[in-house]
Design a protein around this ligand. Sequence first.
Ligand SMILES: Nc1ncnc2c1ncn2[C@@H]1O[C@H](COP(=O)(O)OP(=O)(O)OP(=O)(O)O)[C@@H](O)[C@H]1O
Ligand SMILES: [Mg+2]
Length: 346
Amino acid sequence: MTRQKDLVQYLQLLYEQSNEIIFFLDREGEIVYRNSASYEIMGEDVQHQLDSALCHHCEGLTDENHLVTCEGCYLYSGVSDKVDFQLFMKLQDGTVKPYSANYQTLDYENDIRVLRLNNISNQMKTQQVLHQKMLTKHIMEAQEDERKRISRELHDSIIQNILNILVEVRLFKYLPPEELSEKTEQAEYLLNNLMKSIRNISVELRPSSLDDLGLLSALRSHFKYIGKNYGMAVLFESNIEDTRFDTEIETALYRIIQESVFNAIKYADVDTVDVTLMDRGEYLEVIIEDEGVGFDMHSSPRGSGLGLFGMRERAEAIGANVSIKSVAGKGTKIALILPLKKGGEK
Ligand SMILES: Nc1ncnc2c1ncn2[C@@H]1O[C@H](COP(=O)(O)OP(=O)(O)OP(=O)(O)O)[C@@H](O)[C@H]1O
Ligand SMILES: [Mg+2]
């Protein structure tokens, strides 16, 4: 009996002194009791607590996968089991803070529920810092890989070609005049190959047509290159003609399309991919679609996984919205919407 009394006292102390915010709510979601930790959200005004419904402070909640709107709110959906989720609350000073939340019915007879909230701002910050560090590491590794690739390409293709030409040219002085013409032609052929290799590397790094002639032209020649070198037919449709956009926009769209098409080449197991780039007046619409093997967005990537991440970053940087949908066995669709500024200014 004494122990029971102690427990009640301890629970009372815990309720009063805990940093955890505790709300007891009735079936309408109105607050019946709240502890002093809740002052950080609603202030100390005791009178105010009666009509200060939680909804006034709530900025939305999330479960493992989604941002849930008010329609899915646990307060009114009569959840009988315990539920854990994350909640965003607007504090008195107007700032919004994240809380881990636990909600359950305590007293079934009177339909009294308890909602417990723990401020997780600090954990979220630490997590963000760790996430940022991991990304920086990934980006640096990717840059290093890219440098290795370029260096290898320069070494294997350019230097080898130059060496071949050098050997040919050195022989010129020993050749009888009748053989000179044939050998010169051979050297010319090798020089042409060398030029092509350098052009390919330089276009891959940054296509000059993107700056000089615009997006449509750069894309057309990129798709031609893809067809020739990778055997992938890109079925391209566009109505933008020679419209020019800001450099950041042209670069971002070019890189996003390039990455999506390369992904289709690497993973989709198809020989055609559809690309559309349409000016819809209010917005630009870009769709890259293949009917290949598809992939599950939640399982780990077959490659680095940085491409899709970079795509989202680039889209965000130019104010575009990108959606990536893939169904195993059916294919992959990347759709990007970029709102255009009014008054013809692009
Ligand atoms: N069109 C596609 N068809 C099938 N699977 C795809 C397609 N696009 C992407 N994927 C899958 O999604 C993963 C992530 O793609 P992402 O572009 O982010 O990285 P990556 O291509 O593997 O590496 P990186 O782009 O850095 O070279 C891929 O590893 C692949 O498993
Ligand atoms: Mg990729």
